[in-house]
Ligand binder design. Structure first.
Ligand code: UDP
Length: 364
């Protein structure tokens, strides 16, 4: 079996790493399975791309389509044009896409139009929020996917409700958590730990990059000032996404607690998360990692496509206003109201999802 694997953006790199490991393990055991890794170039900053290849030992891609930035349509179209050429030059039996970025949807469409089977890892998750570009990518990708690999029973249920053949829906667990378990003993304290006087369980990690939180400059500034004020004497480490940085520009914010740093490599970032007091974020992936690590997570969104991080894990959806965040944060730090949730780990988030995926694909 010849599989073309697609990765385009930071969360994709984290998800494909264990899948490639599982394929290579099968190869060493004599199984006939080959893969070709294609980087679409959707994320191209060293901090968001190369660092992850190096740290997670992901092999160099066979090709980089170098699509770079653009509007939603420009980027999607550029990926489709470039990937179609790649597919014609290098045919395969199956295209495997992960997650919900533009590369996921664009490459799935190209593959399907060439009558190539599509496997979608992290299929079936839905926020119900059609203003999120990712939600559109999820729906379109799943409408043409052949083999669906899900992280939760609710994701499988979403697919079954839409009439997907149950024989093609496979609840395998979470490849992002495979990567977490494979690297927990390799995490590294960042060099700025001392410089910023960080102490274990006494600082907060903040990440924000969703258009609903960062695209309006004034509300982003108000949100940052509000968080800076809310956290008392706790430091807030804010690895700033290029999208968010571009909005803030050179603006001086006079923040007393928030420290802006570059986007972190995986090993430094996981060290920071694991040792933090709490996390404030709008990332979906981070709410999964904090769930497994038992770190309280406040998600600045109105919806989540990962409900198990709330029902089982440590995640609390707090909406997008500073007032709501404050309300939840105060309830959390106030010892009189024991709001800390007893956290559990969702089923199959056990580090073996990628192995399950490859063994299922080998039977197709
Ligand atoms: N991440 C990282 N360094 C950072 C911020 C995030 O390594 O500075 C990792 C994070 O742990 C998670 C992934 O990137 O594994 C999530 O990426 P992102 O928030 O961009 O995507 P989303 O989860 O929102 O799709």
């Amino acid at each position: 079996m010849k599989i073309t694997i697609i990765a385009g953006a930071r969360p994709n790199f984290i998800k494909i790493a264990p899948i490639i490991k599982a394929i290579e393990k099968n190869q060493t055991e004599g199984v006939t399975i080959a893969y070709r890794l294609i980087h679409t170039g959707q994320h191209y900053d060293k901090n968001l791309s190369d660092t992850f290849f190096e740290e997670l030992n992901i092999p160099k891609p066979a090709a980089n389509l170098e699509v770079k930035s653009g509007t939603q349509a420009e980027q999607t179209a550029a990926i489709m044009v470039a990937f179609e050429k790649e597919m014609i030059a290098n045919p395969c039996d199956l295209v495997l896409v992960v997650g919900d970025v533009n590369s996921t949807m664009a490459c799935a469409i190209v593959a399907k139009k060439q009558n190539i089977k599509v496997a979608h890892v992290e299929a079936g998750i839905r926020s119900g929020d059609m203003t999120m570009p990712e939600e559109i990518n999820r729906i379109v990708t799943d409408s043409i996917t052949d083999y669906f690999f899900t992280t939760s029973t609710s994701a499988s249920e979403n697919l079954l409700q839409k009439g997907v053949d149950p024989l093609n829906v496979h609840f395998v667990g979470n490849v992002m958590i495979d990567t977490l378990y494979q690297n927990l003993n390799r995490i590294v304290k960042p060099v700025f730990w001392k410089e910023f006087d960080l102490e274990t369980k006494n600082y907060i990690i903040l990440t924000l990059h969703r258009p609903s939180n960062v695209d309006e400059e004034q509300s982003l500034v108000q949100l940052l000032l509000g968080i800076d004020n809310m956290v008392g004497d706790k430091k807030v480490i804010f690895p700033i996404h290029p999208r968010t940085k571009a909005i803030l520009g050179e603006r001086e914010l006079n923040l007393k607690n928030i420290v802006m740093v570059a986007p972190q490599g995986y090993l430094n970032f996981m060290f920071l998360i694991k040792n933090s007091f709490a996390v404030i974020t709008d990332s979906g992936g981070i709410s999964e990692e904090t769930t497994v690590l038992g770190i309280p997570c406040f998600t600045m969104r109105n919806t989540t496509e990962r409900p198990e991080t709330q029902t089982i894990g440590t995640n609390t959806l707090v909406g997008t206003s500073i007032e709501n965040l404050e309300k939840h944060f105060d309830a959390f730090v106030n010892p009189k109201s024991p709001s800390k949730k007893a956290a559990g780990i969702p089923e199959f988030w056990d580090g073996k999802a990628a192995e399950r995926i490859i063994s299922i694909l080998l039977q197709k």
